[in-house]
Design a protein around this ligand. Structure first.
Ligand SMILES: *Cc1c(COP(=O)(O)O)cnc(C)c1O
Length: 376
């Protein structure tokens, strides 16, 4: 197997879900976001582990992501968070993937196909309360709910919204989230006034789980937090466990003379004689090129700097003269251990978010699972 690997610790995932459970009522359902191949962790294994840990719904971004789970034998309800194309509707119905709806045209199309397939399928009505993405306005919600209730092929299983800045502790952001929650409650009240049961109400992403308990309603939709990250959790002193360790190995150690340069564009030149380690991981593995200069990696518990440009498939680490590294030693880019970076550290260094670092770990990196539960 390749030196560059992602170790996925599903025990940590289970523990993160247990932490979430401490913040929600026992009756509140869990819908775990496993889109983008489980945020890079492998959607099928993550889904099985999440269901075992108590999730009752899964959320994906596309029909094909839902199909992957169905083909792996997963029978739990699957919500698809993005809108499918019209010609994907039959496949959505065949695989029992639950769509979000928020406009009459799509409701009509879905209904038509469902009837033609002799099915009555669940849908969740999505309200845009301030995210500025998919969803109907809070004023349209009741009319659409009524429309769904009168269709032959659909039934309203839930009503939901999505929060734009729920993980922020800034005063303005907290006020904005509260406004979104009140817009959501308004829409739900209007639906109820029409005599329609709105079903499962849900709007919390990871941030809202810890910061906005009034946003929990009937179900929460954690994503990043099950993988061990969440900016607000950290600030609140909640200790999550990163699930992924992204690592490689030193495959060669080379001696460089003063003036020798490393990698493309010669951005790094040795100021004195030194040793350099070669690591077979690059931006095509998800080690973003803009992480260098600046990126430090952990080898035998000590941090060393990546020098020169990160290439597509390889990068180089400065060892200097006095170092405790041998050929084949393990190199950790990020992971849950104390003496290495987290995905959040890498993200912060290049002004992005842990999500992008995790999703960016390429398919060609083998995932190796640690799952002691499975052996019990
Ligand atoms: C991705 C997503 C989530 C999960 O978000 P996190 O910030 O990772 O918790 C929840 N709801 C919707 C609609 C999403 O798209």
């Amino acid at each position: 197997m390749r030196a560059t690997q992602a170790h996925i610790n599903l025990d940590n995932l289970h523990e993160n879900i247990n932490i979430i459970k401490k913040y929600i009522k026992p009756s509140t359902k869990l819908c775990c976001a496993v889109k983008a191949d489980g945020y890079g962790h492998g959607a099928v294994r993550v889904s099985v582990a999440a269901l075992k840990a108590g999730a009752s719904f899964l959320a994906v971004a596309s029909i094909s992501e839902g199909i992957e789970l169905r083909e792996a034998g997963i029978v739990a309800p699957i919500l698809s968070l993005s809108l499918p194309l019209k010609d994907e509707i039959p496949s959505l119905i065949v695989h029992s993937i639950t769509p979000l709806v928020f406009d009459t045209e799509f409701i009509d199309q879905l209904n038509e196909v469902a009837i033609s397939m002799h099915r009555k399928i669940p849908v969740h009505l999505k309200i845009d309360t301030g995210m500025g993405r998919v969803g109907c306005s809070k004023e349209e919600a009741a009319t659409l709910a009524k429309k769904i209730a009168f269709t032959e092929g659909l039934y309203l299983e839930g009503v939901c919204t999505h929060l734009a800045c729920a993980d922020s502790l800034l005063e303005d952001d907290i006020a904005y989230t509260k406004k979104q929650i009140s817009n959501f409650s308004y829409a739900v009240e209007q639906i109820k006034k029409e005599g329609i049961n709105p079903g499962i109400l849900h709007c919390s992403n990871s941030g809202a789980i810890f910061l906005h308990p009034e946003a929990h309603f009937d179900m929460v939709r954690p994503g990043i937090v099950i993988y061990g990250y969440s900016s607000c959790a950290k600030e609140m002193g909640i200790e999550l466990k990163p699930v992924m360790e992204f690592s490689s190995q030193i495959v060669a150690i080379k001696h460089f003379k003063k003036g020798d340069s490393v990698s493309y564009d010669r951005t790094w030149v040795a100021k004195e004689d030194c040793d350099i380690g070669v690591i077979p991981a690059g931006y095509a593995d998800g080690l973003l090129r803009r992480l260098s200069p600046g990126l430090e990696v952990s080898i035998n518990g000590r941090m060393y700097s990546i020098v020169g440009r990160i290439c597509m498939d390889q990068c180089m680490v400065y060892l200097g003269k006095d170092y405790d590294v041998k050929r084949w030693d393990k190199v950790i880019f990020f992971g849950p251990e104390k003496n290495c970076n987290t995905a959040e550290d890498l993200a912060n260094s290049i002004e992005t978010i842990s999500y992008e670092i995790l999703c960016g770990v390429n398919k060609r990196v083998p995932r190796i699972y640690v799952d002691t539960d499975k052996n019990k």
